[in-house]
Design a protein around this ligand. Structure first.
Ligand code: CP
Length: 316
């Protein structure tokens, strides 16, 4: 297992790291179900949440995860900060670090921002989404959710469908599912795929109808309108017609296939509102598992060395 100081990308994790974090997540699912879902694992530690881009799920679940581990949190909202007076990312990170925090969770619109931040501080950095690049804690929550249903992910077939070009979730999940032994296929029009897929551990197709009958996970992506995705398609209505998970398409999935989406959903764009509510849609579980998955990451990086901790002491 690799020793880790930060969590910046799913590329940084080997299969043992991922399995370790998923097993730790299972322990934190149990903690989260207790009458008082709080343990002292990170008592005395402080985690800063530095969000330069909007977020509901990731920000709230990191705050909840830190609280359940008894860590203190500092929330930095770029829109209500001295960033508006021109303060740079570097000066902001150095300022937060000077407060004596033990970890900084960073969301930023620029790809590579979290890795850059590591050069300016000795504090543990956790990437909560950087531009189109990576969203590793989303991938860990998703891998946990899928593994909880299937037991193991080896040889499972995962279709990741939609706005792949703009999606950090697609990149992190393609790496994560592949490392866990699954096969990943990207499904998108040419205009919503990265220009070059060389080196990607994935197959791809432009036809959603080719994959529906024989996949175990149908993973829809949000159309990222804030990153100009609409310019890559004729209309949202036509995209739904060609690539959306409509009721008719969802009926073709295997009975035990999971429907996944990282949220927030554009209903009736990438997925029909009716399909999002079906029993095999695990979108709500992905959100719920975001808390224990982030507890696992916080504990592993801030509470202990990832290569030394034993999982029983992590949940006591
Ligand atoms: N899935 C996800 O990252 O959602 P938020 O943008 O709401 O955090």
């Amino acid at each position: 297992m690799k020793a880790l100081r930060h969590l910046l990308s799913m590329e940084d994790l080997d299969r043992d790291n991922i399995e370790y974090l998923l097993n730790l997540t299972a322990g934190y699912v149990e903690v989260s179900q207790r009458k008082i879902p709080r343990i002292p694992a990170l008592r005395g530690k402080t985690v800063a949440l530095a969000f330069y881009e909007d977020s509901t799920r990731t920000r709230i679940s990191f705050a909840t995860a830190a609280s359940r581990l008894s860590a203190d949190t500092i929330t930095f909202d770029a829109k209500r900060s001295s960033v508006n007076k021109g303060e740079s990312l570097r000066d902001t990170i150095e300022t937060i670090s000077a407060l004596g925090v033990h970890g900084i969770v960073v969301r930023h619109p620029d790809s590579g921002a979290s890795r850059q931040v590591c050069e300016w501080t000795d504090v543990v950095i956790i990437n909560a989404g950087d531009g189109r690049n990576q969203h590793p804690t989303q991938a860990l929550a998703d891998l946990y959710t899928a593994r909880a249903h299937f037991g193991a992910l080896d040889n499972k077939r995962v279709a990741i469908i939609g706005d792949i070009k703009n999606s950090r979730v697609a990149r992190s999940n393609a790496i994560g599912f592949t490392k866990m032994g699954a096969e990943v296929i990207f499904v998108a029009p040419k205009t919503l795929l990265p220009p070059n897929l060389n080196g990607w551990p994935v197959a791809h197709t432009h036809d959603i109808n080719e994959v529906l009958d024989n996949i175990d996970i149908c993973y829809l992506l949000r159309m990222q309108l804030e990153r100009s995705a609409a310019a890559a398609i004729p209309t949202l209505r036509e995209f739904h017609h060609e690539y959306g998970l409509t009721s008719a398409r969802a009926n073709r999935l295997k009975n035990d296939a999971l429907i996944m989406h990282p949220g927030p959903i554009n209903r009736d764009v990438e997925i029909s509102g009716e399909v999002a509510e079906r029993p095999n849609s695990v979108i709500g579980e992905q959100v719920a598992n975001g808390v224990p998955a982030r507890m696992a990451v916080l504990f592993a990086l801030i509470g202990s060395r990832l290569d030394l901790v034993d999982s029983e002491s992590a949940v006591a």
